[in-house]
Design a protein around this ligand. Structure first.
Ligand code: NAP
Ligand code: ZN
Length: 348
């Protein structure tokens, strides 16, 4: 299938228009035209090769809303014309204990990323959603429920599920005390989702100017992480802290904020942290954990949850031609709070 999108061709180079081929439709595949694609900080990590694994040319994009254009003969879940969604994964082994538990994100063989991953059959590199079309096997294509505004829903496919999954895993519900470190794409979704689950939500941010927005998104409290007095006032104040900071940082200041048995769940930085000090962990069974996206079943649950509660990401819509400026702003944390690319702009 002929495709057209925007790709990075080398470390640090701007994204440029790029024509490429996708595999032909298989029996269990769904093909779609892409309508909208969110811009995740992970896309920027890939473009800059922060994780030393990017294969160029790389078409990023794993927050995808599309309309089905063709289905393989064995496909029963979706039909031509359906509005569908694809997140970070397009395949996994489907056989290991984790896949059988609907935890494809922990597939023992490793899942296949929507971009920058070898296709499990051909070995060809997958390419993502900053493009006009996509093919994925039906198990990894989600249903967009009525009630979601499709122009805003794309970020649910990564920022949404990445924060929904730990909120569920740590049983967040009415009265849970949840802290959110970093108010960007993931962080702002954590606020909305935790609020809808009934939690008391506190944003922990470097940026005092985000307080008004935080409250509008549903946060009850706002804590400036650089203010030692404010931080001290929250000692033992959280059951769960979700840390979305995208770079190496020091988590030690957050540990005394956890209550006994509380958990700090890292979802942002994939790589080294500043050295950990253990007293608060040992003298309080506090945990430092991590979590990656969520399984397909849970991602559908997240979409359905958002439709039911009327939760939408805060979106700044851009044209694909503006992607390099958008990356500069993402790097400066100057996004309110997720860029979404209107793929109609590709036709220009
Ligand atoms: P983002 O929109 O850039 O938001 C990150 C937020 O972290 C910023 O708004 C800022 O919030 C804070 N921050 C940024 N730079 C910082 C620094 N140097 N020190 C301290 N705080 C800083 O990014 P995102 O799209 O939410 O992604 C966040 C991270 O999650 C990325 O590393 C991404 O790769 C990763 N990610 C992981 C998963 C997963 O499955 N685990 C999924 C998606 C993304 P304040 O101004 O409020 O401090
Ligand atoms: Zn992402």
């Amino acid at each position: 299938m002929k495709s057209f999108g925007y790709a990075a061709h080398s470390v640090g180079s701007p994204l440029e228009p790029f024509s490429f081929e996708r595999r032909d439709l298989r029996n269990n595949d769904v093909a779609m035209d892409i309508l909208y694609c969110g811009v995740c900080h992970s896309d920027l990590h890939y473009v800059k090769d922060d994780w030393a694994k990017t294969v160029y040319p790389c078409v990023p994009g794993h927050e995808i809303i599309g309309r089905v254009t063709e289905v393989g003969s064995g496909v029963s879940k979706h039909k031509v014309g359906d509005i569908v969604a694809v997140g970070c994964m397009v395949d996994s082994c489907q056989e290991c204990d984790q896949c059988k538990k609907d935890h494809e994100q922990y597939c023992r063989e490793g899942w296949t990323g929507t971009y920058n991953a070898p296709d499990r059959q051909t070995g060809d590199l997958t390419q993502g959603g900053y493009s006009n079309n996509l093919i994925a096997r039906e198990e990894f294509v989600l249903t967009v429920p009525d009630g979601l505004d499709i122009s805003k829903a794309a970020p649910l496919l990564c920022a949404g599920i990445t924060t929904y999954s730990p909120l569920r895993e740590w049983n967040v519900g009415p009265g849970s005390r949840v802290g959110v470190v970093g108010m960007g794409g993931l962080g702002h979704m954590a606020i909305k989702l935790a609020h809808a689950m009934g939690a008391i939500v506190t944003v922990i941010s470097r940026s005092p100017d985000k307080q008004k927005d935080a409250e509008a998104l549903g946060a009850h409290n706002f804590l400036v992480s650089k203010d030692a007095d404010q931080m001290a006032a929250y000692a033992n104040g959280f059951d769960l802290i979700i840390d979305t900071v995208p770079v190496k940082h020091d988590v030690n200041p957050y540990l005394p904020l956890l209550d006994i048995d509380g958990t700090l769940c890292l979802v942002g930085q994939i790589g080294p942290l500043e050295e950990l000090t253990t007293p608060f962990m040992i003298r309080g069974r506090r945990r430092v954990a991590g979590s990656i996206i969520g399984g397909i079943k849970e991602t559908q649950e997240c979409l359905d949850f958002c439709a039911r509660f009327g939760i939408h990401p805060e979106v700044e819509m851009i044209n694909i031609q503006d992607i390099n400026t958008a990356y500069e702003r993402l790097e400066r944390s100057d996004v309110h709070y997720r860029f979404v690319i209107d793929m109609k702009s590709l036709q220009a």
